[in-house]
Ligand binder design. Structure first.
Ligand SMILES: [Zn+2]
Length: 272
């Protein structure tokens, strides 16, 4: 069987099509995953991605090359780089599944924690992992032990936990939950496959706790506004990322305030 350009096979039941939307936050672009056992005639599409005609053509070609039809579409979360193309589900005649149907741009069925989408000889189990967004799901592939991680963790660098949609305390809990799944490999929404799942989760936890200490240290040094904290903590980061960094700092500050470790008044913060 010929394989169209732009699709890569990752394991027996999984292929990935890279969307053409690279950026500092999406890395090479969004990974659109196709899952289905060979010969089953069906695939499940996870995160159709941006509503881009070239990407649609690449996904359609990959589905056709597999001799399959799309039996279901699942979203890890509502951000546009994952969910903008939600309407493709209706065009394919397939149901769309999301944790929070009200947040996505096409009619969807609610997929809650522990819920399963089964088609094409594979079963995807939803694991609610709030933090990056409140509606974020990781998807555990029961047949392979792989976990599709959306934006919960990425294949390279770190993900955004951006206030107010992002919740840092929930995010850390969700990282620990991902660690407990004991995944054999992680297939992220952006970037390459991660083979050392436990090591990546540990590194993400360490990174967030280190950032939290840096934010507290900045407050102790006299910084009061989120902008001042960003200028100190992210001094070595490309300024194009300072606006998202400020939303991340706000997520850290909200956690510190909620835990009674900092105080907030008129958007000025102080250690406690
Ligand atoms: Zn996202």
């Amino acid at each position: 069987m010929s394989r169209p350009a732009g699709v890569r096979r990752l394991d027996e039941v999984t292929a990935v099509v890279l969307a053409p939307n690279p950026s500092p936050l999406t890395l090479e672009g969004t990974n659109t995953y196709l899952l289905g056992a060979p010969g089953s005639g069906e695939v499940v599409v996870v995160d159709p991605g941006p509503d881009d005609p070239a990407h649609r053509a690449a996904v359609d070609a990959a589905v056709a090359a597999a001799g399959a039809r799309v039996a279901a579409v699942v979203l890890t979360h509502h951000h546009a780089d994952h969910a903008e193309a939600s309407g493709w589900a209706a065009a394919w005649g397939a149901p769309l599944h999301a944790f929070a149907p009200g947040l996505v741009p096409a009619p969807a069925r609610a997929l809650g924690d522990g819920g399963t989408v089964a088609a094409g000889g594979v079963a995807l189990e939803a694991v609610h992992t709030p933090g990056h967004t409140g509606d974020h799901l990781c998807l555990r592939v029961r047949d392979t032990g792989v976990v599709l991680t959306g934006d919960h963790v990425l294949g390279r660098g770190t993900t955004m936990v951006a206030w107010p949609d992002g919740d840092m305390a929930a995010y850390l809990d969700s990282l620990r939950r991902l660690g407990r799944l004991g995944a054999g490999a992680l297939y992220p929404g952006h970037g390459p496959v991660v083979h050392d799942a436990a090591g990546l989760v540990a590194a993400y936890l360490a990174h967030r706790l280190e950032r939290e200490e840096q934010v507290l240290a900045a407050l102790r040094a006299g910084d009061a506004t989120p902008g001042e904290v960003v200028a100190r903590v992210y001094a070595d980061v490309d300024p194009v990322l300072h606006a998202p960094a400020e939303r991340s700092v706000r997520a850290h500050l909200a956690k510190l305030v909620a835990e009674g470790r900092a105080t907030a008044r008129d958007d000025r913060f102080a250690p406690r």
